[in-house]
Design a protein around this ligand. Structure first.
Ligand SMILES: Nc1ncnc2c1ncn2[C@@H]1O[C@H](COP(=O)(O)OP(=O)(O)OP(=O)(O)O)[C@@H](O)[C@H]1O
Length: 765
């Protein structure tokens, strides 16, 4: 450019070569008008495109004539003071440009262009004009040039005649008009060019958006590119692609924008999109958000539908109908396929996509899944996807028992991956062989649960190979303690003796191995202590007391009847086996020799709460510690224990339970410590018959204590029930007998009473 300016300047100074330089400038313009803009790079433009050399010449000329250079500088376009300076040369006001003092650069009144050696200095503003427009402009410019040349020629002639040059004001006006026209033309061209570039940039940006961030795969991007090409081809085929679509201002379709986490404003900023596009982008953004919300609502609805329908065999039976593209089938399919999957992140499209369904993947359906998705446009793509998915699903061997797979992520890669089948096999936990089974006399027993534990034993629920349930009592025996060994041998012997006794828990099998005694017994459900605890806060129920007092008495009678003293009777040693109360734990029981009232035991005693005073006295408890290991037990001791249990049934606790520790034992032993028998228990009258029974059981003197038979025949346990008529009849007969006899002796009255009592025994219940 400066080269041309110099030539022009020389011409202005009278160099006859000026015309040549001007025509050269003109040809430069023409060549540039026709030049392709493919190599243009907008990024290299600091300001608006520079004015042509020709234009600069004209302006300089004009300025020379008018002296109003600044007027042209004030066109509102950027002018770089850094690279441009005015030089007031002898020929008038000229502009030359310098870049770093020596680098060639171009400048114009519109700005400057960064020097690019790889590119010829060119007029970027006019190189894409249509040919007709360029010709028209050239014509105008040539006309102006001719006029200028003519003016200069006249000026030189006048100068040679020593006449000062004059400027015709009309000519000057013409120049200004022409320059304005040129300026307008160039402005139009500039605007058009900018719009074209912007459109191009949006197109690229659009592609970049579709391709997504760096994580995209080559498959995805090629798919998307071909998708866009196919879109164009389709539109071409429909005649929708007009010539103007390929021109400088193509319509940018924002509908496929993927915003990600950005809002429209952030999006526009991030991708350097002009702010005037913001409203349109915002509109798209809002639409997308609406669609997203709608999909979330649909997803909630469809997931609940899925729960209901997925279990339906009808659904799976109907899966072959997926090929039916009717609207009726579309909704169920959408519902059944579950939550919509956003597919837009990578492809720029959106819409529901069937989720992964638990499938049996075979070769054919795998291939179907692997096929590339077809090119699509926004509207058709979702429909195509759904149809295609249905086709794929129809070919799949769907296993409804499979657990539902996780929903795939929102990208195309997921579609190409074969669905992974998760097989969940529910197995019953295999019991560890360790400590779970035991063999006793060649019979294997499997432990089920722990039923209870005592001082020296643990009792488990077990089952044998035929699945019959038993109680396994495992007793650790001190083999070096003879009494201990003998004691448990005694228990086995007693249980053998009590075989087939209905009120005694049955012993089926036993073994002594390595200081451990194993007893396989009849298994109970729960013991009496549990039941008494359950009834603790309930009001007294005399019928309940009667029934269970009779039950325990019956159990003990059975034991006593075979000459055995239990010695450790307490609620926990009575268990319910299928509703029948049975006696257990003969660990300290012993057989009482025939015709012997008491025996002496040499082993540790049981629970003091239920122990008879004579047993504790025999142990010679002093200050709470027994100094003898020998103690006396007999059948009356068991009756005392029964009396304590019945007392607990009525009053909620054993007789001496209010005493703690050794005080309790002392209280039991000490005759002065009387047992209390309140006649009312929490508002309920305690029948005398109950109190009488308990009293005869808790007699301190074992010899005066009632035996089990007496207990069972007691009024409370065996009451007499007579009718009102029976009483009336009895009274009438007695009076009539007295009238007839006149005087009746006491002896006669006693005999009559005994007669009646005997009669009443028939009324025992
Ligand atoms: N055959 C059985 N069926 C069901 N449960 C039982 C059986 N035998 C015992 N139990 C339970 O196991 C608990 C302890 O049993 P057992 O009384 O025989 O052991 P122990 O060592 O003699 O206890 P303690 O020495 O305290 O009297 C009982 O209270 C009862 O709950």
């Amino acid at each position: 450019m400066s080269r041309y300016l110099s030539q022009d300047r020389r011409g202005a100074d009278g160099n006859i070569e000026g015309a040549g330089s001007l025509s050269r400038s003109t040809s430069t313009i023409r060549s540039m008008v026709d030049a392709s803009d493919d190599e243009e790079d907008e990024d290299n433009i600091i300001g608006p495109p520079k004015l042509s050399d020709f234009g600069s010449n004209l302006l300089n000329e004009s300025a020379n004539h008018s002296g109003t250079f600044t007027k042209f500088r004030g066109l509102g376009m950027a002018h770089s003071p850094r690279v441009t300076q005015r030089i007031d040369g002898p020929g008038g006001n000229n502009i030359v440009s310098h870049r770093n003092g020596s680098s060639p650069s171009s400048s114009s009144i519109f700005g400057s262009t960064v020097y690019n050696p790889a590119r010829p200095s060119s007029m970027t503003t006019v190189n894409n004009l249509k040919h007709e427009d360029s010709s028209r402009i050239s014509t105008v410019k040539n006309d102006v040039l001719n006029r200028t040349l003519e003016r200069r020629r006249l000026s030189r002639t006048a100068s040679s005649l020593s006449n000062p040059p004059t400027v015709n004001s009309i000519d000057l006006k013409d120049h200004e008009v022409n320059i304005e026209k040129i300026k307008q033309t160039i402005r139009d061209e500039t605007t058009s060019k900018l719009l074209e570039r912007r459109a191009k940039r949006f197109l690229n940006l659009e592609r970049r958006n579709r391709l997504g961030p760096a994580k995209r795969t080559s498959m995805t991007s090629s798919l998307i590119t071909s998708e866009m090409d196919d879109l164009l081809i389709q539109r071409d085929a429909k005649g929708e692609v007009e010539q103007q679509d390929r021109e400088m201002t193509p319509q940018v379709d924002y509908s496929n924008i993927v915003f990600g986490d950005l809002n429209p404003f952030q999006y526009v900023n991030k991708y350097n999109i002009p702010m005037e596009e913001l409203p349109q982008i915002s509109k798209v953004y809002i639409e997308k958000r609406k669609e997203e919300n709608r999909r979330v609502a649909l997803r909630k609805h469809s997931s609940s539908s899925l729960n209901v329908v997925s279990n339906s065999s009808q659904y799976w039976a109907n899966k072959g109908n997926y090929d039916d593209k009717s609207e009726e089938n579309e909704k169920p399919v959408a519902d059944l396929l579950g939550p919509a999957i956003r597919h837009s992140d990578q492809t720029g499209t959106s819409g529901p996509l069937p989720p992964r369904t638990p499938v049996q993947l075979n070769e054919s359906n795998h291939n179907v899944m692997k096929q590339e998705l077809p090119a699509h446009n926004n509207e058709n793509y979702n429909v195509n996807k759904l149809i295609r998915k249905r086709e794929v699903l129809a070919n799949l061997n769907v296993n409804q028992k499979e657990p539902e797979l996780k929903k795939p992520k929102n990208n195309l890669e997921q579609l190409d991956k074969p669905a992974i089948i998760k097989r969940v096999e529910i197995q019953e936990p295999k019991p560890s062989k360790k400590n779970t089974s035991i063999v006793i006399n060649n019979e294997e027993y499997e432990k089920i649960e722990l039923l209870g534990s005592g001082g020296s034993s643990k009792v488990y629920k077990v089952r044998d190979s035929s699945k019959k349930v038993f109680a396994l009592k495992r007793v650790a025996i001190d083999m070096f303690e003879e009494s201990s060994v003998e004691s448990f041998k005694g228990e086995i012997a007693l249980l053998e003796k009590l075989k087939n006794q209905e009120r005694v828990v049955q012993l089926y099998n036993y073994a002594l191995e390595s200081s451990v005694l194993y007893l396989i017994m009849e298994c109970g459900d729960y013991d009496l202590s549990v039941m008494l605890r359950e009834r603790l806060n309930k009001p007294l129920d005399t019928e309940f007391v009667r029934y269970y007092a009779r039950e325990i008495s019956h159990c003990v009678k059975v034991v006593h009847d075979v000459g055995i003293v239990h010695s450790d009777l307490k609620p926990a040693n009575f268990i319910f086996v299928k509703g029948t109360l049975k006696i257990i734990d003969f660990g300290i029981a012993n057989a009482v020799p025939e015709h012997t009232v008491n025996i002496y035991r040499e082993t540790q005693i049981g629970t003091p709460n239920y122990m008879a005073p004579e047993a504790l006295v025999a142990m010679n408890y002093t200050n709470g510690e027994s100094n003898v290991s020998r103690w006396k037990v007999g059948k009356p001791s068991d009756v005392w224990s029964l009396g304590c249990i019945i007392y607990q049934m009525v009053y909620g606790k054993p007789p001496y339970a209010s005493f703690q520790g050794n005080d309790r034992i002392r209280a039991i032993i000490k005759p002065s410590v009387k047992i209390e028998y309140p006649s009312v228990k929490e508002g309920v009258t305690v029948p005398n018959s109950i109190i009488e029974l308990i009293k005869v059981c808790l007699n301190r003197d074992p010899n005066k204590r009632v035996d089990v038979d007496g207990m069972l025949n007691s009024t409370f346990l065996s009451p007499i029930l007579v009718s009102e008529a029976f009483v009336r009849d009895l009274v009438k007969n007695a009076v009539e007998y007295g009238i007839k006899q006149g005087d009746v002796s006491i002896t006669t009255i006693d005999a009559l009473a005994n007669d009646v009592i005997e009669k009443l025994s028939e009324y025992r219940i």
